[in-house]
Design a protein around this ligand. Structure first.
Ligand SMILES: [Zn+2]
Ligand SMILES: [Zn+2]
Ligand SMILES: [Zn+2]
Length: 594
């Protein structure tokens, strides 16, 4: 690595990296990126996660360009990006330098406080001896705003903090305050506008992929399967904000998203005005960008959002969302099922198997609540409910496309779980060394669970019969889940925290930033900065690559089977504890029914 100051001596030891440089060293290698990753993360498992498919083979990402920027000889000559600099230290540096004009050690560094724009300061180097001076800003200015302020606003927004967060940050860092609330909001608006464009592009590209996969030409309209999910800022009826996201069931990319908000800051600010006053009427006439785009109850938001998205699918993407994968709530489905009626098409509803699986738990907990004798040791404990639910899920997943097999497996899984040391009910379980039933695999080493007594089996069996009816299982034959929707929902609420009140603008930013990150990864950031005429820079580019890698690794980590098993064990242990507590305290809460 380069010596700090120009020196004729060669460095004694070649720097070969430490814990901080290693990851970036990897990414700096000249080998193609995918291969490098393959050996680290993907090679071990054949199954690629959705994230890796989306993020790793990155044909659009200007990698080759990035590598060139990072050649070591250039690094020596140029220093880029921002640092937290202690101005006192910088000032001593200047006082130890000669004035270019009079060669005296009389340079003084000072700041023009009146000129300061948020985190961009106007500094002045002044010679006390001859009066020579040089004035400069601590940040470059692009179009209307200083780069440092743009970056600050985006950073804060993407971690779910607003102006007050930025103020706190600057205060505790002993930095001058950030831009004023007004300037900050203006900045946020500009950023939100660009983020929306980037997100929309990513959604259009996702739609194009679907059309291409089905060899669509020109104005052909393509039918496809989507999962649709609504997510609320707050639980229940009190939520003012929510969004509905539609995702391709094949590619796992977001195709469309609709933010729904009952609040508009401007409307709130003017709510005190008399509705008949001249002032109100003038404001109302100019207020054409109202952020409150939804009136109605929070639970009905999903149906409304889905309706808007379905209605524009042909116009925006030349797609028809003909297969709807969603949870048990059919309100949205009823609203959208006839949207393509003019084309003679009815939308088909399919169940997300994850949600169907959850019905086991909900139904059994309800049953337990209604029949107090069912709970307790060696009976229907929460751990047992969890076990039954897991096996039900496995039965569905391992019989995709086979209704009879699915039915049999559910039946078998129930008796498998009800088996105990004293009673072997594994007669329905598949036999042989590859069976999911440990008892059938090896009778001698298999350890039985607590099992269920006859009277409990009699009560639980009808629930399982209900949950293995043809009409329900037919909708599960595809074996697909809505889990991807939950992932993107989480990303939205990272940006728009659930606990704080936010306006429609911040919701919109959070939604589109999350969608874009979900579809194209951290390229969103580089694209945004470029749209703002800001060079992303070395650290942003490196860091963004790192973020994408983390996401892929995280997704793969979750995918790994042993992890899955471990999680189930942990959950079982937790449930057992809860059971004990519940027995001690009595039932304090019950999950909502369907
Ligand atoms: Zn001088
Ligand atoms: Zn408004
Ligand atoms: Zn068994």
């Amino acid at each position: 690595m380069p010596p700090k100051f120009r020196s004729t001596k060669r460095p004694k030891r070649k720097f070969s990296g430490n814990q901080f440089t290693k990851p970036s060293k990897d990414s700096q290698s000249d080998e193609p990126k995918e291969e490098a990753h393959g050996s680290n993360t993907l090679g071990k498992h054949t199954k690629k996660s959705v994230s890796s498919k989306k993020l790793l083979p990155n044909p659009e990402f200007p990698e080759s360009k990035l590598f060139k920027d990072e050649e070591p000889c250039q690094e020596e000559a140029t220093i880029t990006g921002f640092r937290f600099v202690d101005m006192e230290l910088l000032s001593t540096v200047f006082s130890s330098m000669r004035c270019t004009n009079c060669a005296h050690f009389t340079l003084v560094l000072s700041e023009n406080h009146l000129e300061r724009k948020g985190c961009a300061s106007s500094l002045r180097v002044f010679c006390k001896n001859c009066g020579w001076k040089h004035v400069f800003w601590t940040s470059k200015k692009q179009t209307l705003s200083f780069e440092v302020n743009r970056r600050l606003v985006y950073s804060m927004r993407s971690i779910g903090k607003g102006h007050s967060g930025a103020k706190k940050f600057c205060t505790f860092m002993n930095m001058p305050p950030p831009p004023t609330a007004r300037a900050y909001q203006k900045n946020a608006k500009t950023i939100a506008k660009h983020v929306k464009v980037i997100a929309k592009n990513s959604m259009s590209n996702a739609a194009k992929d679907i059309r291409e996969a089905q060899h669509a030409q020109g104005d052909d309209i393509v039918n496809c399967g989507i999962s649709c999910d609504g997510t609320w800022q707050k639980r229940g009826y009190s939520s003012q904000n929510g969004c509905v996201i539609v995702m391709s069931i094949d590619s796992g990319k977001v195709l469309d998203a609709e933010p729904l908000s009952k609040v508009c800051k401007q409307c709130q600010l003017h709510s005190h005005l008399d509705k008949d006053s001249e002032e109100y009427r003038r404001w109302r006439a100019e207020h054409n960008n109202c952020k409150a785009n939804y009136k109605g109850s929070a639970p009905a938001m999903e149906a409304e959002g889905a309706d808007r998205i379905f209605r524009r699918s042909v116009a925006t993407h030349k797609l028809r969302y003909t297969d709807l994968y969603s949870d048990g709530d059919s309100k949205s489905y009823n609203q959208i099922k006839d949207i393509y009626a003019d084309d003679g098409i009815t939308v088909v509803k399919k169940e997300c198997i994850g949600h169907v699986q959850k019905r086991v738990g909900t139904a059994l907990r309800k049953l337990k609540k209604e029949n107090p004798g069912l709970g307790g040791k060696k009976k229907l404990t929460d751990a047992m409910i969890d076990r039954l639910q897991n096996y039900y899920g496995i039965a569905i997943r391992s019989n995709v496309g086979d209704l009879n097999g699915m039915k049999k497996a559910i039946h078998a899984s129930f008796f498998h779980c009800a088996s105990s040391e004293r009673r072997d009910l594994h007669t329905h379980c598949p036999t042989g060394p590859s069976s999911w039933c440990g008892f059938q695999r090896d009778k001698n080493s298999f350890k039985h669970g607590p099992g269920l007594p006859d009277n409990v089996i009699a009560k639980v069996k009808p629930v399982f019969q209900r949950l293995s009816e043809d009409s329900l299982l037919e909708k599960c034959l595809h074996g697909k889940t809505q889990n991807q929707n939950e992932a993107v929902n989480g990303m939205v609420w990272e940006r728009v925290p659930k606990e704080v009140f936010v306006g429609g603008e911040m919701l919109e930013f959070g939604l589109f930033d999350a969608v874009s990150h979900f579809n194209i990864g951290a390229r969103t950031v580089t694209q945004l900065l470029e749209a703002l005429k800001i060079t992303p820079g070395k650290y942003t580019e490196e860091g963004c690559r790192g973020l994408d890698m983390d996401r892929v690794r995280g997704a793969e980590y979750k995918e790994r089977d042993e992890r899955k098993k471990r999680r189930k064990v942990l959950r079982g242990q937790r449930k057992k504890k809860e059971d004990k507590n519940q027995q001690a305290e009595g039932v304090t809460y019950a999950a909502g029914g369907f």
